[in-house]
Design a binder for this molecule. Structure first.
Ligand code: C2E
Ligand code: MG
Ligand code: MG
Ligand code: MG
Length: 274
């Protein structure tokens, strides 16, 4: 908000912008420390079978409990992407979530991967050696990615995806329906699953044609034999519509919020006892 004066020379100094830059720089420094100190933790949200309601998998989500309070991944993931920390953060998330998942041998594990990680030519080899090191079956792992990378760097994305699929790792296209990803991309990159974005699910509560849009989207994926997960389910009416429309997997606060590894273990015990 620089303002030229009458002679077009002196400008009004923007203190607000300055403070903002300082806040970002501080946060950046704190994030780096948090990754190194293990202060970024994984929580796990259940993925359930639409037909039986049984938990079949868990999605790992990053949490940062900083000294000044909890910071949302919607803030610190983009920050990590901008300041070159996402590879370290992503590697840490993959490692800790796999270590926890070893306690839940019957369940699949989904981990979110940033487009920037996928475009790193070293990424695939690093994931494969981590799995070997931790003795984790690649068939249990799904990597969730959003469509951005498919557009910005399709060649490297494809190389990474192909290399990881060869060892049995699966891919889910995350947040489908809120961006540009096409049904074509699902097939072109060999996605194993599509995740319908929460915004499409919450649209079911409005008096719109949301249900028709969802049904059409799900039937296109089904025609390509790509199973569909619906995310962000908050009420049973949404769950019923999505189940009828052909989603085979459901996720959302109705079914289970993201929980600590410990709370997941007790929930699984309760279910086994029931
Ligand atoms: P996402 O992968 O699409 O994850 C789903 C988000 O929706 C999560 O937010 C989850 O807590 C939230 N959610 C799940 N069910 C419901 C519901 O019923 N209602 C509502 N209102 N929200 C629900 P979260 O944990 O804040 O994560 C936000 C995004 O940050 C994720 O979206 C993902 O894109 C990114 N993210 C989180 N952890 C990681 C990570 O380890 N690596 C990368 N690269 N990205 C991550
Ligand atoms: Mg996800
Ligand atoms: Mg999503
Ligand atoms: Mg998202």
């Amino acid at each position: 908000r620089a303002k030229a004066n009458g002679r077009g020379q002196a400008v009004e100094y923007d203190f607000e912008l300055d403070r903002e830059r300082q806040r970002v720089a501080e946060l950046e420094g704190q994030l780096k420390g948090a990754i190194n100190d293990g202060a970024i933790e994984a929580v796990f949200q259940p993925l359930v079978s639409a037909s039986t309601g049984a938990v079949t998998g868990l999605e790992a989500l990053a949490r940062w409990r900083s000294s000044t309070g909890n910071i949302s991944p919607e803030i610190f993931i983009p920050l990590a992407e901008r300041c070159g920390l996402i590879d370290a953060l992503g590697a840490h998330m993959l490692k800790t979530s796999i270590e926890h998942a070893r306690n839940w041998p019957d369940l699949a594990l989904s981990v979110n991967v940033s487009p920037i990680q996928l475009c790193n030519p070293e990424f695939a080899a690093e994931v494969i050696s981590l799995l070997q090191e931790l003795d984790f079956d690649p068939h249990r792992l799904t990597l969730e990615i959003t469509e951005g990378v498919l557009i910005t760097n399709p060649d490297q994305a494809r190389r990474s995806i192909d290399q990881l699929k060869r060892v049995g790792i699966k891919f889910a296209l995350d947040d489908f329906g809120c961006g540009y990803a096409s049904i074509g991309a699902l097939r072109q990159f060999g996605f194993d699953r599509m995740k319908i974005d929460r915004s499409l699910v919450s649209a079911l509560d409005e008096a719109t044609n949301g249900a028709d849009v969802l049904r059409a989207t799900i039937s296109l994926a089904t025609a390509l034999q790509i199973p569909v997960t619906a995310e962000g389910i908050e009420n049973s009416r949404q769950a019923a519509i999505l189940r009828d429309a052909g989603c085979d997997q459901l996720q959302g606060y109705l079914i289970g919020k993201p929980m600590s590894a410990r709370d997941i273990s007790s929930r699984l015990q309760e279910e086994a006892a029931a």
